[in-house]
Structures are given as structure tokens and as C-alpha cells.
Design a protein around this ligand. Structure first.
Ligand code: HEM
Length: 138
């Protein structure tokens, strides 16, 4: 459940964000703080692969943020993404450690816009995405 206030805080913090910078920050966080999850992506230290994968994840999240007025559509796209993740070797256990990595990456790239309200909103939104993907995983 993402409240109207949380949606507003998410939009404010995300406005004008550099998707590539956010993606790079997320994978650097994962590499440092969630190595088991990072390993599943098979990126090693390849900056080009990290950049490409980071952009994919943040482009998906950008679509979610743009769709927050249509939660049915958001949930359907997360459900599809979760189905695809069954073929990637991802496990439920990877998603707990990945959450703080996403929040830390957003704190880096959003700077002063990552207010306590934004953090609260993103925590709720990550929960929605993570629960939706994990409902397909073991
Ligand atoms: C916020 C959470 C996450 C989001 C939004 C997300 C999104 C995506 C997207 C958009 C792709 C590109 C392929 C596609 O669209 O199906 C992808 C690929 C992938 N994801 Fe996720 N993901 C998330 C978390 C995770 C986690 C925690 C894992 C497990 C460690 C994981 C494992 C993978 C793998 C292995 C791929 C395939 C990479 C490749 O092309 O080789 N994902 N993810």
C-alpha cells in the first residue's frame, strides 16, 4: 500500500533524476552491501554491463513512478516482471538486502530531495515491488 502522501513524496524526489546515475549507484551499493544478490547478475566488475543493467532497473522504476495514478497497471507490470525473474536465478532472500541498497542509492542521487518523507515513500514502494516479484520466487 502506497498512500497519496507517499506517492507525492516519491514523485518530488524522483523529478529530474538521472536514471543512469541511479542505476550505477544501485549496483555499486549491491556490490558492496548485498554481494549474494549482486553475484546473481553476473556482472563482475564490468562497468559497461553494470551501466546497462542499472539503466534497465531504473527505467522500470521510472515507469512505476509515472504510473502511480494507476496502481492496477503498476501491479500488473510488477507481476509481469516477477514472472520474468523466475528465469533469472533470483530468490526471495535476495530482496531483503537489496532494499537498503536502493534507498542508499536514491539518497546519493536525489541529494537534499531525499527527505524523510521520500524515504518513507520509497520504502513502501520498494515493498510493493519486492512483494510482487517475490510472490513468483522461492
Ligand atoms: C527493485 C527491485 C528490482 C527491479 C525493479 C528489477 C528489475 C529488473 C529489470 C527491469 C530487468 C531487465 C529484464 C526484464 O525486464 O525482465 C531485470 C533483470 C534481472 N534481475 Fe531484476 N530487478 C529487481 C531486483 C532484483 C534482485 C534483488 C535480483 C536478485 C539478485 C534480480 C535479478 C535479476 C537478474 C539476474 C536479471 C537478468 C540480468 C541479465 O540480463 O542477465 N533483480 N531486473
Amino acid at each position: 500500500m502506497v498512500s497519496a502522501a507517499q506517492k507525492a513524496a516519491i514523485r518530488d524526489s524522483w523529478a529530474g533524476i538521472d536514471l543512469q546515475a541511479a542505476g550505477n549507484a544501485f549496483y555499486h551499493q549491491l556490490k558492496a552491501n548485498a554481494p549474494d544478490a549482486y553475484a546473481v547478475f553476473n556482472l563482475g566488475g564490468d562497468a559497461g554491463k553494470i551501466a546497462a543493467q542499472g539503466l534497465k532497473v531504473m527505467t522500470f522504476i521510472d515507469g512505476v513512478v509515472k504510473g502511480l495514478d494507476d496502481m492496477g497497471g503498476v501491479k500488473a507490470s510488477i507481476d509481469n516482471l516477477g514472472q520474468r525473474h523466475t528465469g533469472y536465478g533470483a530468490k526471495k532472500a535476495h530482496f531483503g538486502p537489496a532494499g537498503p541498497c536502493l534507498l542508499a542509492a536514491l539518497a546519493e542521487v536525489c541529494g537534499g530531495k531525499f527527505t524523510p518523507a521520500a524515504k518513507d515513500g520509497w520504502t513502501a514502494l520498494y515493498g510493493l515491488i519486492s512483494d510482487g516479484i517475490c510472490s513468483h520466487l522461492q
